[in-house]
Design a protein around this ligand. Structure first.
Ligand code: 3HC
Length: 301
């Protein structure tokens, strides 16, 4: 299927970068959010990102200006959706919200439009039956920061048409990314399941008093060659994102190993969600640069 117009739903850290990625690749892009303040923040973040990339010689000014001209933001979903060929939903990680959103998208997008979720927590079959186009629903899962990370997981459900998969793969390639196609759906897909096992072990070591957050991160960076440690990564992706994902998985499985850990629950309750709030496992300056460990972080028992 020929794709010209992409609609991204959600202008958070993931949605806004996915929108710029798509407009850089030549698609005409609309980015929706229910919150006008988030749209204004996303606009500033992307403008700043473009300026940095131009200053570093990674992008040229002309191409970047053209990408921004192809990108519009708005709060009126029905208006932005009227001519979309491909939708990427990057809204809050809440199943009922996503199902309601897909049901609405089904009614306001053209009948041929593919509806993809950026979720890794909810498999396509949990979302597809909120629409009347199950064959056009799949997951296209980007990694944070979406402008940088190469891999994108593509997941189909039992009812997804082959043409939907082929179109999603072609779109991901056109974005300059590497498609990673799963044979069947499973919550968390590949990367987040592996990442989750590492993160859970890191939290176990910390909560057991074996080592500090910094020591565990340093071990992962310097002994295992990870680009960042698991606590630094939780701060980058948002502590709340991991919390909601685990909470949803626990609600389904009832397995205590799937429940959010004590220290993560405390950080979420304190509103210390990582870089975006200036505090998480570490403290950050106004530009998102790490200042040091957070002395007020939950202490191991
Ligand atoms: N957005 C866009 N570009 C960014 C960025 C961001 N948030 N952070 C870094 N970059 C790019 C910029 O070009 C930056 O240069 P600049 O600061 O001059 O603009 C350049 O990378 C270098 O950044 P830094 O010096 O801050 O740090 P690093 O060299 O360590 O790179 C990193 C940062 C790319 C994030 C790297 O540390 C990394 O690869 N970390 C691992 C990320 C990872 O594992 N992501 C997957 C998370 S799981 C997930 O996303 C699942 C989902 O379901 C939540």
């Amino acid at each position: 299927m020929d794709i010209e117009r992409v609609l991204v739903v959600g202008a958070g850290a993931m949605g806004s970068q996915i929108a710029l990625l798509c407009s850089r690749a030549g698609f005409t892009v609309a980015c929706h959010d229910i919150d006008q303040h988030r749209i204004e923040a996303a606009y500033l973040e992307l403008t700043d990102r473009s300026a940095r990339d131009v200053a570093k010689g990674l992008r040229n000014q002309h191409d970047e200006d053209a990408a921004h001209q192809r990108l519009t933001f708005g709060t009126d979903l029905a208006r932005l959706a009227t001519d979309a060929d491909f939708v990427i939903e990057a809204a809050v990680e809440d199943l009922e919200v996503k199902r309601a959103l897909f049901n609405r998208l089904d009614r306001v997008t053209p009948k041929h439009a593919i509806l993809a979720s950026n979720s890794s927590g909810f498999v396509p079959s949990r979302i597809a039956d909120a629409t009347e186009r199950v064959e056009l629903v799949c997951n296209v899962h980007f990694f944070n920061p979406a402008l940088v990370m190469k891999g994108v997981e593509i997941v189909t459900g039992p009812d997804t048409a082959h043409m939907t998969l082929a179109t999603a793969v072609a779109l991901v390639r056109r974005l300059g990314k590497t498609p990673i196609v799963l044979h069947k759906e499973i919550p968390g897909f590949i990367a987040n399941r592996i990442l989750g096992a590492v993160r859970d072990e890191a939290i176990f070591l910390y909560e057991s008093g074996v080592a500090s957050v910094e020591a565990i991160d340093t071990a992962c960076r310097t002994a295992l060659g990870y680009p960042m440690g698991p606590f630094e990564l939780m701060d980058l992706t948002g502590i709340d994102i991991g919390y909601y994902t685990k909470r949803a998985r626990f609600a389904e499985s009832g397995n205590p190993r799937d429940a959010p850990s004590k220290s993560v629950i405390e950080l979420v309750a304190l509103g210390q969600l990582g870089r975006k709030t200036g505090r998480g496992w570490y403290v950050y300056d106004g530009n998102g640069r790490k200042i040091g460990p957070d002395s007020g972080q939950p202490q191991p028992s």
